[in-house]
Ligand binder design. Structure first.
Ligand SMILES: [Zn+2]
Length: 312
């Protein structure tokens, strides 16, 4: 049942706890001391204060260099675990996030570049296969216009309260994916508008495995076998299983952005009336309506992973 799920998360859970401790606090601390070092009082002194000013500047430079080194380890992409934990910590600790962004426009410049959407989407995030959350939902605020032509479908993004995942990132991913020309609006047939109040045609919902199962069961669907997602058609919710969103699937592979695009397109595809499909030909791109979380082969014919209904 959950054997494969544990095999995936097992090794990572071991890595997440202790090794992360050093990297996370070190960056803000050294950045903060770099800010504090050239205190205004040094500059205010005349004559005799000069020697102290020089050593002060030197100390600031050393600290700044250290900050660059530390930031470099986190930002260059070599240490994926550290990045994942940083993003995860961002979601939980608003004050820490604020102080870290304050430290970005330092005089030496370029110490810490903002992490891009693509970078965040390329990472796996720690989440247990049996993670539980509150069962209550919070709507992601704001509004994203429908950028395309054709029928306008309005959707809302809800995230289960208590999930240690970035709801705004999820909403951004949904909007970008659905409005990509390779998605269901292909050729201007429809376009998707994100709303946070008023009427929505459906609600794309990021929820823990247990809450996903509960909502899918309302439509007679069992998501517990492989810990998957569903379109709960008897309700207004398209359920995205947070475990898959965070961890992906060994079958699909390591392309986490593509995997998440596939999840969104597949489940919204159900909402638009599409049923499951099989692999048409060895080596072909999998139809987006194949169950690519579970397998890439049907009847002995193996396809390649594919997130799009209309791949370029
Ligand atoms: Zn399906």
């Amino acid at each position: 049942m959950t054997g494969t799920g544990w095999a995936v998360i097992g090794p990572q859970r071991v890595q997440t706890a202790p090794p992360l401790r050093p990297t996370v606090p070190v960056t803000p601390a050294s950045a903060a001391s770099a800010r504090r070092e050239p205190a205004p009082s040094h500059r205010g002194r005349a004559g005799g204060g000069r020697a102290r000013t020089v050593t002060g500047v030197a100390a600031a430079l050393v600290t700044a260099v250290l900050a660059v080194v530390v930031a470099g380890q986190v930002e260059d992409g070599t240490d994926t675990k550290a990045q994942a934990s940083t993003a995860d910590a961002d979601g939980r600790s608003a004050p820490q996030k604020a102080s870290r962004s304050d430290s970005r426009p330092t005089p030496d410049g370029g110490v810490k570049a903002p992490v891009s959407f693509e970078q965040k989407m390329a990472l796996r995030y720690p989440l247990d296969a049996k993670a539980k959350a509150s069962g209550d939902f919070q709507t992601v605020g704001g509004h994203d216009q429908a950028p395309g032509k054709g029928e306008v479908l309005r959707y809302r993004v809800d995230v289960e309260k208590g999930l240690p995942l970035d709801g705004a990132l999820f909403a951004e991913a949904v909007h970008k994916t659905l409005n990509d020309d390779r998605s269901w609006g292909h050729g201007g047939r429809r376009t998707f508008e994100r709303v946070s109040s008023g009427h929505a045609d459906f609600a794309i919902t990021l929820a823990s495995p247990g809450t996903t199962a509960a909502w899918c069961a309302k439509s007679g669907l069992d998501t517990t076998e492989d810990n998957v997602s569903c379109d709960s058609a008897a309700t207004d919710r398209v359920m995205i299983n947070a475990y898959r969103w965070a961890q992906g699937s060994p079958t699909f592979g390591d392309q986490m952005l593509a995997y998440r695009q596939m999840l969104i397109n597949h489940e919204v595809g159900h909402r638009l009336g599409h049923d499951h499909e099989t692999c048409p030909k060895a080596g072909a791109l999998a139809p987006v309506m194949m169950q690519q979380t579970k397998f890439l082969a049907t009847d002995g014919v193996t396809c390649r992973p594919n997130p799009w209904p209309f791949p370029a």
